[in-house]
Design a protein around this ligand. Structure first.
Ligand code: NDP
Length: 248
């Protein structure tokens, strides 16, 4: 699916909403966090590098958005209990969650399956697939309390069709798409929570530069270009849309 043509998000689209973004310290997640705040959301900045999260926090304060929250969290190593602790902190602080953006991702190795390091494979699966499951499961009770909460998964072109040398990354993104569909189907009748995925496509970030070192970055769209779609899916304009795969 695509963003409705001529979509214009209202300036206060996300007013009074609490939205958690994983990998909020860099790349697409950083721009999404700032964009959500600029549209009125209180953003929970989750990521593994505190200094980067602090930088985003400062930028949101400078632009006059609602005071964000920082939650340093390593999705690679976190145990089940740490997800419960996160839920408890969010429950005490906000009592509710309106949006969850599974954005953090690891590229892993770009190498044939035969050479793929098993440790690297496990790490990519943990960050890109297992962590979104654990986080979703932990936070669903807080999202049930919101009117029309939204969960967004971050996909990739290699999720739909595997490609040579994309190993665990492709498999993890395919798994994430399938998990999104399972979740959306379960929530369909039982809840007002919706779940969808976005494939950002080529985007000018550190990950893209690592995957395509020879590419001229100025030929690749910036994360800002995708923000209307992110806003659409997080705001109430997309209520009723669930289980869908969006292309940025
Ligand atoms: P970046 O590498 O720029 O940002 C990824 C973010 O995820 C960083 O903030 C990083 O933290 C965080 N992260 C990585 N591992 C962990 C971890 N173990 N725990 C917590 N946070 C972690 O990538 P992009 O912005 O490009 O990617 C964002 C999403 O978009 C990813 O899911 C990616 O797969 C997807 N995507 C990107 C495309 C592109 O062309 N850029 C194309 C298709 C999909 P830190 O800053 O501390 O390293």
């Amino acid at each position: 699916m695509k963003l409705p043509k001529d979509y214009r998000p209202a300036p206060d689209l996300l007013k009074d909403k609490i939205i958690l973004v994983t990998g909020a310290g860099d790349g697409i997640g950083k721009v999404a966090a700032k964009t959500f705040a600029a549209h009125g959301a209180t953003v929970v900045l989750l990521g593994r590098t505190q200094s980067k999260l602090e930088q985003v926090y400062d930028e949101i304060e400078t632009l006059g958005g609602p005071q964000p929250a920082i939650y340093p969290f390593n999705l690679e190593g976190a145990a089940h209990k740490e997800y419960q602790d996160l839920r408890n902190v969010l429950e005490e602080t906000f009592g509710v969650l309106h949006g969850l953006v599974h954005n953090a991702g690891e590229l892993g190795e770009r190498t044939p399956v035969e050479n793929y390091s098993p440790d690297a494979w496990m790490r990519v699966m943990q960050v890109n697939l297992n962590a979104p499951f654990l986080l979703t499961q932990a936070l669903l009770p807080l999202m049930e309390r919101a009117d029309n909460a939204s969960i967004v998964f971050t996909s990739s072109g290699v999720a739909y069709q595997g490609r040579a040398f994309w190993g665990a990354y492709a498999a993890s993104k395919a798994g994430q798409e399938n998990f999104m569909q399972t979740l959306a189907d379960e929530l369909d009748e039982a809840s007002s929570i919706r779940a969808n995925s976005i494939n950002p496509g080529a985007t000018r970030t550190r990950m893209r530069a690592t995957a395509y070192p020879a590419e001229d970055p100025t030929t690749v769209p910036t994360p800002e270009a995708h923000m209307p779609l992110y806003l659409y899916l997080l705001g109430d304009d997309s209520v009723g849309i669930s289980g869908q795969q969006f292309q940025a």
